[in-house]
Design a protein around this ligand. Sequence first.
Ligand code: ADP
Ligand code: MG
Length: 514
Amino acid sequence: MFIMSEDSQRTQGRDAQSSNIMAGKAVAESVRTTLGPRGMDKMLVDSGGDVVITNDGATILNEMDIEHPAAQMIVEVSDTQEEEVGDGTTTAAVLAGNLLGEAEDLIEQDVHATTIVEGYHEAAEIALEAIDEQVNEADVDDEILRQVAESCMTGKGTGGLTAASLAETVVEAIRHVDTDEGVARDNVTVHTQIGASSNATELVPGIVVDEEPAHDGMPSAVEDASIAILDVELDVRTGDVDAEYAIDSIDQLNAAIDAEEGELEGYAEAVADSGADVVFTTEDVHDRVANALANEDVLVFEGLGDSDARQVASATGARRVGDLDDLEDEDLGSADRIRTENFGDDDLAFVEGGAAAETVTVFVRGGTEHVVDELERAIGDALDVVATALESGEVVPGAGATEIAIADKVREEAAGIEGRKQLAVTAFADAVDIVPRTLAANTGRDPIDALVDLRAAHDSEGRAGLITDGDEVTIDDPFEYGVVDPADVKREAVESATEAATMIARIDDVIAAE
Ligand code: ADP
Ligand code: MG
């Protein structure tokens, strides 16, 4: 009896398991070489010829256009990691892949998938305890936050900038939006601008939008600005039945022109009377209206994108108005200063000191689009990790030290676990070793030797990572070198990698519709 369409494909048992595991492993393998400060970048070219150059795990996996369903689950691990904590995407994917690799060996030794799943879950619990034990005792101060940011950006393409100087800017930005209710991470934006050297990067106390004044005669800066945000077209109403004239005499033409003129003047007057000296509108502004407003020293920006309009509104407290007749005093927002500046082909508007929200923008300059894009990703990650570390107040040693500690604790506790599950718990510890092993391989070290040395140092000193410090690679306490990661980045990596690996390992029947 056939219950499925004849076209559907079905793979069962070991075949299904090994095909899924292989796909998952392959995905993880594809980002392995980018891990850590000496990780290499990837160049991804899409079918349209667009090029992305990046070191970021989540970006790589998303650009790769992966189709295999099990492989996609690894991509999801990395996406979840990015969403939840903003960093550790490569670590999470590599860990998930290695958990699958170890699971494959266990399946070959006839350990049942459900035993593996149980063992992995138990091991993940032990891993989380190990992470707790690695958490710093000292308070997370600005110095530690800068270290978190710098560790996150080391090895990324940061143009001519050092991770250290960027870290400074990142921490300053997060401090600006640190309130009693927590860190308002969303109030920090990154705005990139091509065309200058990257050391022109600065922190703007407000927001930056890609806008130029609607008219040359408008002021280029307004202090103590009153701001209106309109979703109104300040132009002659076209397509409106009332505005259509059948013209068959000069008088009628003049009357029509007068009517238009009157309409345009009405707009300019209504805006000027509202008391706003800066206007943002998402629609178009007629030249004559712009000219009239320029004469009144009103600064107008037209054709604003919706997200920019929202940003300006939330920074300045202005309420968006859809009809000029409704524009009232209380709809206006305010800001200390609005200024425009020209950068080569682009004009930007800086809205500084908005009354409604503490917003800051990391204004990043860089030579080319690729430099600027990768800088934006690196800074975005750094902002995320600094916010995460500040909120939880917990950091752990980086450079593989936390993973060495996890593997050590999991192995130790595995000894007390009965039956075949012990094999799975031990396999989990072996999988976690992938992080220090990969960090070693990416610095050109022999991974096995490095692992042996790290374990020995961990046993004698407690904290031991493989630290890249300039050209040197040393085994030492990462805290001493300022190589630190937020504890939540490690926790999330363990949890999401375990979840994906166990989910994939449990599947023994794949039914795919054609
Ligand atoms: P991910 O996408 O997982 O964040 P990264 O390429 O950013 O991958 O690498 C992160 C790893 O690099 C972390 O384990 C971190 O502790 C480590 N790391 C950061 N800076 C250093 C350093 N100076 N020396 C050694 N390891 C470092
Ligand atoms: Mg990272």
